[in-house]
Design a protein around this ligand. Sequence first.
Ligand SMILES: *Cc1c(COP(=O)(O)O)cnc(C)c1O
Length: 357
Amino acid sequence: MKKHNFYAGPSILPEYAYEETIKAIKDFAGTGISLLSISHRSKEFDAVEQEGEKLFKELLDIPDGYKVLFLGGGASSQFMMIPYNLMNQKSAYLNTGAWATKAQKEAKLFGEVVEVASSKDKNFNYIPKNFTVPDDADYLHITTNNTIYGTEIKEDMDCKIPLIADMSSDIFSRPVDVSKYALIYGGAQKNFAPSGVTFIIVKEDILGKVNRQIPTMLNYKTHIEKNSMFNTPPVLPIFTGVQTLKWLKNEIGGVKQMNKINTEKANTIYDEINRNKLFVPTIPDENDRSIMNACFVMNENYKELEKDFLDFATQHGMTGIKGHRSVGGFRASIYNALPLESVKSLVDVMKEFEKKH
Ligand SMILES: *Cc1c(COP(=O)(O)O)cnc(C)c1O
């Protein structure tokens, strides 16, 4: 039976990326050597690294003055590297979920943190609006897609101070006006690559302004000067990530086209959640709903069917739809590489289950 992969992360990647990676593990770029065993300083791998940077710049239309880095450590290490490199005394954070809270916690190690707004009062089921950002903070940190709760900030906001965004789970899902951000980062394992690589898009002129000493490995400048090759980078995830970007460019036609497809997928699943008497969406305001992670729960009157539905869906090939423990219910992660056909299959299963009850 065909499996439909709705896992939240690590998650589905394009078939093309799997195929090219398998080939490269056997014989990388015609070298007769495995990708797993070749020097990261070989000219063949250097070309992959450079292509990755080039594709990031092209697909996201990144202006001059920004550098793209591929490092280890996950998005979670960026929670600490960002304040280390960019915060003198004060920073501002928008708290829209568990990851945003974790990012904020790390910044508190380095000085004063102003929480500009929080949606914690309603278990993070909305995006706060109309908050004030302190002029004297070094930056404002936001999380554009809240993977666990299923909310998303889909527009690039204007901000008077440098804007920093965790885009772990929605990078490449839509066009982004990179010029509005000082730094964008994310773990790879949602929309880009297998886990193990972290991408960072950093505006170079924001660096070098803090007074503290920065350990070599935690200093963005170290990695900028060495093109992400100060130490051994995550070779395999970078390679696979580059294949994902080639797929996005060549087979999909770029992020604008990707966004059209993603919007259709999101509409397909949310329309069914709204229509089906058994389910309700967890995010009340349509505008706040994520196009990457659609969260829903059983309607009050059918609460006892939760486990039955999970079993039924699993039997029909739906994988990874159990909601995060802090929300419960279900979460269909519908990242870039998940085909519309998989969303339609899930909708069919929801309809079929409804007929039985
Ligand atoms: C998954 C995720 C993270 C954590 O990424 P790691 O690479 O595991 O550290 C951080 N932020 C968001 C929004 C995520 O979805």
